[in-house]
Design a protein around this ligand. Structure first.
Ligand SMILES: C[S@@+](CC[C@H](N)C(=O)[O-])C[C@H]1O[C@@H](n2cnc3c(N)ncnc32)[C@H](O)[C@@H]1O
Length: 283
């Protein structure tokens, strides 16, 4: 596996600067040991507080998999996969074959470590690459999946065109994304940006229009409270990790508490909202 990102126009942009930083593999191994875990024999349930780099954690992944009707042996491409937590979940609990692509090399290296440690290397392939130039042939996947990524991508039409291109006719695109709300412009920091030029939010209507165009038709859509309700319902089947768990997203990003507080404030002030969507590619 190549964990260095192929040079691309996007890779030189400001959004990826936000995710860049020191390598995290050694820190991760240390944190796993502190949590009493063996980095070579991991259980994905133990990784939950660290593994889901988006609002509302693993329950959001579970709810989106339900909305998309994910089937065992589906070929899934997770775009902007972070350290691969959702990909490992979809492989281990839903029986999917997942390719986890991310543009941040240090996240790809962490994804590789955790996937190998969880014994999932046969079902989850890590690829370091750009969502705007996906290194896959047309119609290679049953499902293109993405969570908390579009907010870092300015050219959303190209993003959606790439998602649609790599799914087979009749296949689906599933998203869980942050959109702009009616409450005014974003207050920083948030978990995906420190400043305005790292964040590109569209409204829910704009996202819907993008997903319901070209070869795609929206087949499922949950916005705002409807999305929150679906995720709360999914959460009932999961254990909630204790707040003082030694593993967490602070290992990936500095000042994570301040960023999460910023997220909560923006949600409470209706500056942002959450959308779950599934679009199907026409034959
Ligand atoms: C907030 S994290 C979400 C990670 C993962 N989807 C999850 O939910 O756990 C956003 C991720 O998108 C990745 N990303 C942003 N722009 C990208 C692009 N153009 N191509 C690939 N990955 C990208 C970042 O490197 C980061 O890992």
């Amino acid at each position: 596996m190549n964990t260095e990102l192929v040079d691309s126009e996007y890779a030189r942009g400001t959004a990826l600067d936000y995710y860049d930083g020191p390598d995290i593999v050694d820190r991760l191994i240390e944190a796993l040991r502190e949590a009493g875990l063996d980095p070579d024999a991991l259980d994905i349930d133990d990784l939950a507080p660290l593994d889901e780099f988006h609002a509302l954690g693993r329950a959001a992944t579970l709810a989106l998999a339900d909305l998309a009707g994910l089937q065992p042996d589906d070929r899934v491409l997770d775009i902007g996969a972070g350290i691969g937590g959702p990909a490992r979940w979809l492989a281990a609990r839903h029986g999917a074959h997942v390719t986890a692509l991310d543009a941040t090399p240090r996240f790809c290296r962490a994804a590789e470590l955790l996937t190998r440690g969880a014994g999932l290397a046969e079902r989850v392939q890590i690829v370091c690459g750009d969502a705007l130039a996906l290194p896959f042939a047309d119609a290679s996947f049953d499902l293109a999946w993405t969570q908390a990524v579009s907010q870092n991508i300015a050219d959303k039409r190209r993003f959606v065109t790439e998602l649609a291109r790599v799914v087979r006719p009749g296949g689906q695109v599933a998203l869980f994304e942050v959109v702009a709300g009616p409450g005014g412009s974003l207050e920083f920091p948030v978990p995906w940006a420190d400043r305005e030029e790292q964040s590109w939010l569209v409204t829910a209507d704009e996202l819907h229009e993008l997903l319901d165009s070209g070869p795609l038709s929206v087949v499922a859509w949950k916005e705002g409270q409807a999305a929150l309700d679906a995720i709360a319902s999914a959460a009932q089947s999961l254990q909630t990790p204790p707040a003082d768990h030694p593993l967490g997203l602070h290992i990936l990003m500095p000042d994570f508490e301040a960023r999460m507080a910023g997220l909560a404030r923006n949600v409470a002030q209706h500056r942002i909202a959450l959308v779950q969507a599934v679009a199907r590619r026409r034959d």
